[in-house]
Design a protein around this ligand. Structure first.
Ligand code: ARG
Length: 571
């Protein structure tokens, strides 16, 4: 068992012995932010004392009398008005490292019980190239899915493709009238975008074209054979291009149920909302009103337009119903940009009224924009949105230059593979590192730097650790484990915190916690490696240090994998 968890269990037991009816689920033990005070701490007794009007120091003394952690900790200290500080014995620290070396754990525990979590992410719109705006949803959503999976949850990923909607009326007009087969062949999404732009501009000037587009849409929605066939073709072409990007990014989905999948259910949902008195008519449209919710007062959610068409919220209600019936999730996580906050507030509020008993947690995990160096939304030099595929090309190209300068002796194929891993890693890491709710400025130089909090730095740290093992002749790594140098102890204690960080990152949907943890890990490793010789040390130091190197490499690799970032043996 991991020491932090063990201390927490024993503390909860002791609290129950002193206050038998206390709910100890909130009695938590956490890593100490300042190692001066200890390795772990708990402030739980303060809250408990307050709630029960007990003297906190007295409560702490009574709990301590019942708490036996002598096998793992130095004598427990009570600080201030009832904080408990725990300091691990070196023997306990060594025992945890040994358990990790045996493969019993990698400093984290699987969630008990596991939960079923649906992650709705990426979700681009058909007939449009995926642009940088979709990159954050794809990278962040993929990382959250990997994180939940690692923690033992049952994860279902669903790409909620925007494959249905009014844009298809205009696209059908353009497609039938002037699609360019050669251009379609070369770059299908670019050609569809051209058609869409052309016809929508025409619609603004010419009411006849607008009417034509409306009729094509009515025909499509009415199930017209030809329009359905063309629509299917357009969606298939879009998906092929999205899939190429996903393959490159190493992102997979269990399901890609686009908006169109839910179309047959929409009318019934509006009828049901009306029948239950949850929605009402307003100026010809149907909407759910939230006059009793201060946050949403005056902002009804439209579920049917006055022309009979349905809204984004209607589709999302149908999607929710389908997911609950099919997968029975404990939690659904939606990853989109911050501009959709109102939509999800309305959706969640509508859903709670519609199905008040559904025991599902709903979370909108939103993020800010990517900005250009001028502080405005990131655009190409000509002012277009940056296409994701082009961005990844450029990342690899720039990484190739960095690699070529550093390692001119590598073969071309090796260089290309390193550049791929480093370039993609840099883009992903730059996206995951900032607090997701703030905007960040896109900077090639910053994200590709070999020094600093970047993917290349961490990947490089990994190769450095691995290179030690290429030089070490094989020896039994359990020759003995003796921790002595402060740098060894600091590194070991940081390794032990991996699980807390994973859990916190999952609970708050913030992979940036993990980024910072890995960066600090690389820092601890550097300090350790600079002060403690490994291969030239005497036993048992040599074995101890090799073990620390090995565990550092494994945690780095596992952590980067959660971020969707690959590692290399050399670079
Ligand atoms: N297609 C939408 C967009 O590009 C994102 C969909 C997010 N998921 C959802 N269930 N609404 O903005």
């Amino acid at each position: 068992m991991l020491p932090g968890r063990l201390i927490e269990d024993r503390l909860q037991e002791a609290v129950r012995a002193v206050v038998p009816d206390a709910d100890t689920a909130g009695v938590l033990v956490r890593p100490c932010p300042d190692p001066k005070f200890g390795d772990y701490q708990s402030s739980a007794l303060l809250g408990l004392a307050k709630a029960r009007r007990l003297n906190p120091r007295q409560l702490a003394a009574n709990v301590l009398a019942r708490l036996d952690v002598r096998d793992w900790c130095e004598p427990v200290e009570v600080a201030g008005a009832g904080f408990l500080n725990f300091r691990l014995k070196l023997s306990a620290l060594a025992e945890s490292l040994r358990a990790a070396a045996r493969g019993a754990h990698l400093f984290f525990a699987k969630a008990a019980p596991p939960r079923t979590i649906v992650v709705d992410f990426s979700s681009p719109n058909a007939a449009k190239a995926m642009h940088v705006g979709h990159i954050r949803s794809t990278i962040l959503g993929d990382s959250l899915a990997r994180l939940f999976r690692l923690l033992g949850h049952r994860v279902i990923t669903d790409n909620h493709l925007g494959d249905w909607g009014t844009q298809f009326g205009m696209l059908l007009v353009g497609w039938k009238r002037e699609r360019d087969p050669a251009a379609l062949q070369a770059d299908a999404l670019a050609e569809m975008e051209r058609l869409y732009r052309k016809i929508s501009a025409e619609c603004r000037e010419n009411p006849a074209t607008l009417e034509q587009a409306r009729q094509e849409l009515v025909k499509l929605q009415g199930g017209d054979d030809e329009n359905l066939r063309l629509w299917r073709e357009m969606v298939a072409l879009s998906r092929a291009q999205f899939d190429a990007v996903y393959r490159r990014l190493g992102v997979t989905f269990d399901h890609t149920l686009g908006e169109s999948f839910y179309n047959p259910r929409l009318a019934g949902i509006v009828e049901d909302l009306l029948a239950r008195g949850l929605a009402r008519e307003s100026e010809g449209a149907i909407a759910v009103f939230f006059d009793d919710l201060p946050l949403l007062k005056g902002q009804p959610a439209l579920v049917r337009k006055s022309d009979g068409g349905f809204n984004y919220t209607t589709t999302d209600l149908a999607t929710l119903a389908h997911r609950l019936e099919t997968w029975r999730p404990d939690e659904i996580v939606y990853v989109t940009d911050g501009r959709q906050q109102l939509h999800f507030q309305q959706l969640f509020a509508s859903f709670r009224r519609w199905q008040p008993a559904a025991p599902v947690k709903l979370a909108h995990v939103w993020f800010g924009s990517i900005l250009g160096p001028d502080g405005k939304p990131f655009k190409t030099r000509s002012g277009d949105t940056v296409k994701l595929a082009d961005l990844l090309d450029e990342a690899e190209e720039r990484a190739r230059q960095v690699v070529a300068e550093k390692n001119p002796e590598l073969s071309e194929a090796e260089r290309r593979e390193i550049a791929r891993v480093v370039g993609l890693g840099a883009v992903k890491y730059a996206d995951l590192l900032p607090n997701r709710q703030s905007d960040y400025v896109f900077s090639w130089d910053k994200m590709l730097a070999l020094n600093g909090n970047t993917a290349p730095y961490l990947q490089y740290a990994y190769t450095r650790v691995r290179s030690i093992f290429r030089k070490a002749e094989a020896r039994e790594p359990n020759a003995g484990l003796v921790l002595g140098a402060p740098e060894e102890i600091a590194l070991a204690k940081h390794l032990l915190n991996f699980g807390w960080v994973l859990e916190a990152a999952g609970a708050e949907y913030r992979p940036n916690y993990l980024c910072n943890y890995l960066y600090e890990l690389a820092g601890h490793f550097t300090r350790f490696y600079e002060t403690c010789p490994v291969l030239k040390a005497e036993e048992p130091s040599r074995a101890t240090r090799l073990l620390l190197c090995d565990l550092t490499a494994r945690v780095l690799r596992q952590g980067l994998d959660v971020l969707g970032i690959e590692t290399l043996e050399r670079m």
